[in-house]
Design a protein around this ligand. Structure first.
Ligand SMILES: Cc1cc2nc3c(=O)[nH]c(=O)nc-3n(C[C@H](O)[C@H](O)[C@H](O)COP(=O)(O)O)c2cc1C
Length: 499
């Protein structure tokens, strides 16, 4: 049964005892840090989702803030009606690989669209009053983190949907000590669209529009049904529709409504919709500090600026605020599932011997096979799989910096088990591939940065931790370990004595 919208998901969490209201005052202003501390506490204790009703130092006190909704693996699985993380990953990959399971979105009239209840015309836009601003840690700006972002390919008209962060300039600390103009602070936003060179699909759209000297329209739908968010943060192949994939994930078509000032459609049940446009010869702005997903502050980056042309929202809207930081954090698991699902779907299409892909919060990629040793289809099979990871479709495989391929008796969720395979099945020179010119994960602080302030090219290492039969041996030492059923039996037998 799909959720209607974000509220429906929250109601479900509440019924399940996983959502609490917080009325204790907490500071949300610039240079305060209650919220990053709260996020760390919740992450360390597998804490519940929250609705923050009493933020202080906050420009829109009537708008409650959703906090930590995706903070555990279980809640992440619940976004598409599962509870078990592995089942969720399999569903994500299964639906991604099979378009017959997708549902084309349907268009509804604006009267049936809650996101149109309140309309703010371009002439009345004042972002400092109309959009919530919430600060975390040492961040210079308040970022919009709940945006499902839609643009159209300027050549083909095909839609892209992605979950990208936006920067708000109001009251922001400038990354190099300058000032943001009045116009920036009240009528413009910037988006983390890595476009020059393009490293995301919105980046490709913007790069094309710029080359053609055309504007690029954009719509940002904030706080939707979480299945839509999950689809938006999945790198669905370029040109295919994330909204149709979202329909597949939730088992029912999503409802879209036409935007007012741009030729785009957005989920009708969003809490907020921001419409806008990038001009030809797009302006860029310095952004920083921004706390990133690999656990560091990016001091200065350059990102494109858009003009806001309309805001619509529900009558009593909800906002969502989150931060990326030293993992784990809220939405860590939600962001990892698409990486795992994308890669699993792609690899399994080509290599049936791939059983699972596990990506750790620090982005080490572990591929587990169903075969090892003499059951491998051919010599150097592990290295073949390493190359397939770097050549996989989607955004992430090509940026995998550390990739480890293991056999079926190694538990990819248990780093001790993976380390055992590294120690006992790998010769570091013969069983690794070092790629000196791979594609960097844009936020890797150890890779050289391009002009826009993000990493483009980086080095990669793949480790074949399978058993080297037939490459090096025709026999391998047997593993010394008890049968798990026997362990359980002995534990049961001695349970009172061991108390
Ligand atoms: C909360 C959240 C924020 C994200 N912010 C960004 C971002 O600002 N820029 C970006 O390139 N990717 C971001 N991502 C990852 C993208 O959503 C993901 O790579 C997605 O596949 C991008 O869509 P695309 O493949 O159509 O470009 C974010 C993911 C999450 C969960």
């Amino acid at each position: 049964m799909p959720y209607k919208d974000m509220r429906d998901f929250l109601a479900h969490l509440r019924k399940d005892g996983q959502l609490k209201d917080i009325n204790i005052p907490l500071k949300a202003g610039r240079d305060t840090n209650d919220l990053q501390a709260l996020m760390r506490h919740l992450a360390e204790t597998d804490g519940p989702a929250l609705i923050l009703n009493n933020l202080t130092d906050y420009n829109t006190p009537d708008i409650p803030v959703i906090f930590n909704p995706f903070g555990t693996r279980e809640r992440t699985a619940m976004t598409i009606g599962e509870r078990d993380p592995l089942e969720m990953k399999k569903k994500h990959a299964r639906v991604l690989a099979d378009q017959s399971l997708w549902h084309e979105p349907v268009i509804v009239e604006r009267d049936a669209a809650p996101c149109k209840e309140v309309v703010i015309d371009e002439a009345d836009i004042a972002l400092d009053k109309q959009l919530p601003h919430v600060w975390f840690g040492e961040e210079g700006s308040s970022f919009i983190c709940g945006g499902v972002v839609t643009t159209r390919d300027p050549e083909t008209g095909e839609r892209n949907v992605g979950w990208y962060r936006l920067t708000q300039f109001w009251n922001a600390r400038h990354g190099t000590g300058g000032d943001y103009s009045e116009k920036r602070q009240t009528r413009q936003l910037s988006i983390f669209a890595f476009w020059n060179p393009p490293m995301s699909h919105i980046g490709l759209h913007l790069a094309k529009a710029q080359a053609m000297g055309k504007p690029l329209e954009i719509a940002i739908a904030c706080q939707c049904d979480p299945a839509i968010h999950l689809a938006a943060c999945t790198s669905v192949p370029f040109g295919q529709d994330e909204f149709a994939y979202a329909g597949g994930l939730r088992g029912e078509a999503i409802e879209l409504v036409k935007c007012d000032t741009v030729d785009l459609e957005v989920p009708a049940s969003a809490e907020f919709v921001i419409e806008g446009v990038f001009q030809p010869n797009v302006e860029q702005e310095i952004i920083g500090w921004h706390s990133n997903t690999v656990g560091y502050y990016d001091k200065v980056q350059l990102f494109p600026v858009l003009d806001v042309t309309r805001i619509t929202h529900r009558k009593n809207p909800l906002w969502y605020a989150t931060i990326e930081m030293l993992p784990p954090f809220d939405h860590n698991y939600l962001a990892i599932i698409p990486i795992e699902g994308e890669l699993l779907a792609d690899l399994q299409r080509k290599i049936p011997e791939v059983r699972d892909v596990v990506v750790t919060p620090n982005l080490t990629y572990i591929v587990q096979l169903t075969v090892d040793g003499q059951r491998k289809p051919h010599a150097e099979f592990g290295k073949y799989v390493l190359h397939a990871v770097w050549g996989a479709s989607g955004r992430w495989g090509r940026t995998a910096k550390w990739v480890i391929v293991v056999g079926p008796d190694v538990d990819p969720y248990d780093l001790t088990s993976v380390e055992w395979a590294l120690q006992t099945r790998v010769q570091p020179y013969s069983d690794t591939i070092i790629n000196k010119s791979g594609q960097a994960m844009v936020l890797d602080p150890s890779a050289p940065k391009g002009d826009q302030g993000f990493a483009v090219v980086g080095e990669q290492i793949g480790i074949d931790a399978t058993i080297k039969i037939p490459e090096r041996f025709d026999d391998y030492a047997p593993v010394s370990k008890p049968d798990p059923a026997h362990v359980d039996k002995i534990a049961e037998l001695l349970k009172d004595a061991l108390l």
